[in-house]
Structure formats: structure tokens, C-alpha cells
Design a protein around this ligand. Structure first.
Ligand SMILES: C[S@@+](CC[C@H](N)C(=O)[O-])C[C@H]1O[C@@H](n2cnc3c(N)ncnc32)[C@H](O)[C@@H]1O
Length: 302
């Protein structure tokens, strides 16, 4: 079925509630049901202003299922037995996965100039001989692969330096992309030329518009599904460094405090946490000290 709109899409805009035919639109009651589910299960705030975004993100799925309206989809989503499988698609659609290689590059400079030399010199690192990093909310993998490139570069002149990166996200779709490690040439533009040469493989023939992260680098990074709303993250490792960037903005303050508090359980004393420059932890009760722009250190003795 083709979806008809009331008016042409405005350039740069997604279809809004106003331009969708009434028969296709989501009723307010069903929007609230979906919004309540998203906030409860994912922690993501869902004010009424997000309704048009939700509608536009779900249209494709509604089309794939051959349905006539978003209300029909809502009924399908919440009715057993298909609800469990459909929730995977729904969660994929409700998460915002924007990311980039070398996003917020000052963090990577700070890592190379301050954090890695310091951690490398600590007794803990000398004993276990491996720096451990967690990219929490890794989306399609650009962040952990950037970290892997940065740390591999650091290791070039330090044969003893070793590291491993755990990457987690709630979305099934982004984790599949991340594991493949295949990107378009446009996506890898922020990667410096020398690092592209060392860590990326160029596709050939019909794949020439694509690149793939080299297997040596991919082996440094593992991917797992993890929902920040879970009470127990069941992560056994204790990390030296955690990147948790551009996800806290979707949560309210109480959820931010709870998520970062749980992450801190897996951060070594003196270990580093990076959040986005557009996020803040001020006023939250956490065992962290601010040590730089959106960079924190876990306080000793906690
Ligand atoms: C905007 S991306 C950030 C990617 C990367 N950290 C960066 O800064 O470029 C936010 C990611 O958080 C994930 N996310 C949202 N809610 C989550 C939750 N409750 N548990 C785990 N991941 C979640 C989304 O799936 C999405 O991939």
C-alpha cells in the first residue's frame, strides 16, 4: 500500500502528524501506550513532541508488514505471540543511532596524551598487562573502532602495550552493522588518511564504494547487547576506561544517575569515564571527580 500525504514533504523535514492522512496516523492513546513502553523499557524520555518522529520512524515497518495504519501496528506490537519478535524492530526504530568516526576528537587526544601514559604506568596495569575499555552505547561501531585505531597507534611504539574493547548497545540492528565493520567511503571521511591505510580494507569491484575494518582491529573489539535499564548488567570485567557518550541526553536525571552509578561498578578505582561534551553529570550523586572536559575519574577508595 502506498502512503499518501496531505502535502509534499518540506525539504529536510520528516513527515509530521499534520501531513499524514488521518487513517494512517497514530491515535493519541496509542502514542501514549508506545511512549510509556519506550520510557519503561529503554529509559528514553518520550514527550508529546516526539509523536511525529515516532510516526515517521514506524512508517517503513508498517509498510513492510503490509499494514494499513500505525494504530493497526500498535495493536500488533502489543499482542502476543508476535509481540516479542516485533519489539526488536520497534526498539531499533525508537533508538537514535547517530554516530561518527572520531566524533568529539578532543577525547581521543586526551586519551593518548594523558590517560594511556598514566594507566600504562600504574601497578594494576603492569600486573594484568591489558588496558580494558568499554564503549557503552556503541551504536554502529564507529566509536569502538576509533578507540581501537587510537590504541593500536599508541601500541606501535610500545610492544608491551595491550588492550581489549567491549562494545554494547540495546539495538539489534546497530550491533549487526558494528560486528560486520563495513562502512561507506563517506562514513570514513573523518578517519585520517594514514589510519585508513593501516586499519581499513578497500572493497573491490561491486564493493568499491565500501571499506571494511581489518580483521586484526576487529579482533580487538567484541559486541554484546546490553540494556542500561537492566538492574544487573552482568558484565564481569572491570574497565580502565569507559566511553558512554551521546546517550545520557535521552534519559531523565534519575535515570542518568542510576545508569552511570551501575557503570561505575565496572570501572576500576582511578579509571576514566567519558561522556559527551553536550551532557552533564553535575548534581548527580556519583563516585566521580571531574578531571577534564566531559571526562571523569572514579574516586579512590570507593
Ligand atoms: C546517539 S548513539 C551514540 C553512539 C556513540 N556513543 C557516539 O557518541 O557516537 C546512542 C546509542 O544509545 C543506544 N541506547 C539507547 N537507549 C539505550 C539503552 N537503554 N541501553 C543501551 N543502549 C541504549 C542507542 O541504541 C544508540 O545506538
Amino acid at each position: 500500500m502506498a502512503f499518501r500525504l496531505w502535502a509534499h514533504r518540506m525539504p529536510g523535514n520528516s513527515p509530521s502528524a499534520d501531513i499524514l492522512e488521518p487513517a494512517i496516523r497514530l491515535s493519541q492513546q496509542n502514542y501514549e501506550k508506545m511512549a510509556e513502553f519506550v520510557t519503561r523499557e529503554l529509559g528514553i524520555k518520550m514527550p508529546a513532541s516526539k509523536k511525529s518522529m515516532v510516526q515517521s520512524r514506524l512508517l517503513r515497518r508498517v509498510r513492510e508488514l503490509g499494514m494499513q495504519s500505525l494504530d493497526e501496528y500498535c495493536e500488533y506490537l502489543f499482542s502476543p505471540p508476535h509481540s516479542a519478535d516485533e519489539r526488536v524492530h520497534f526498539i531499533d526504530a525508537m533508538t537514535t543511532n547517530k554516530t561518527d568516526f572520531f566524533r568529539e576528537p578532543k577525547h581521543f587526544d586526551y586519551l593518548t596524551q594523558k590517560v594511556l601514559p598514566e594507566l600504562e604506568g600504574t601497578a594494576v596495569h603492569k600486573l594484568k598487562k591489558k588496558i580494558t575499555v568499554w564503549s557503552a552505547a556503541c551504536s554502529t561501531g564507529e566509536e569502538p573502532y576509533t578507540l581501537a585505531m587510537i590504541m593500536s597507534e599508541y601500541a606501535l611504539t610500545r610492544p608491551q602495550f595491550d588492550f581489549q574493547i567491549l562494545s554494547t548497545d540495546i539495538s539489534t540492528r546497530v550491533l549487526l552493522t558494528a560486528k560486520d565493520g563495513i562502512y561507506s567511503r563517506h562514513q570514513i571521511e573523518p578517519v585520517p588518511r594514514e589510519l585508513r591505510r593501516r586499519y581499513l580494507l578497500n572493497g573491490k569491484g561491486e564493493y568499491r564504494s565500501l571499506v571494511r575494518v581489518r580483521p586484526e582491529l576487529r579482533r580487538r573489539v567484541s559486541f554484546h547487547q546490553l540494556n542500561f535499564m537492566d538492574e544487573d548488567y552482568r558484565v564481569k570485567q572491570i574497565f580502565d576506561i569507559v566511553f558512554c557518550r551521546n546517550v545520557l541526553i535521552y534519559f531523565d536525571r534519575a535515570t542518568q544517575e542510576s545508569v552511570i552509578g551501575k557503570i561505575c561498578r565496572n570501572l576500576v578505582q582511578g579509571g576514566y569515564l567519558f561522556i559527551s561534551h553536550s551532557e552533564s553529570l553535575s548534581g548527580l550523586n556519583l563516585p566521580l571527580t571531574s578531571v577534564g572536559a566531559s571526562c571523569f575519574q572514579k574516586q579512590e577508595g570507593l
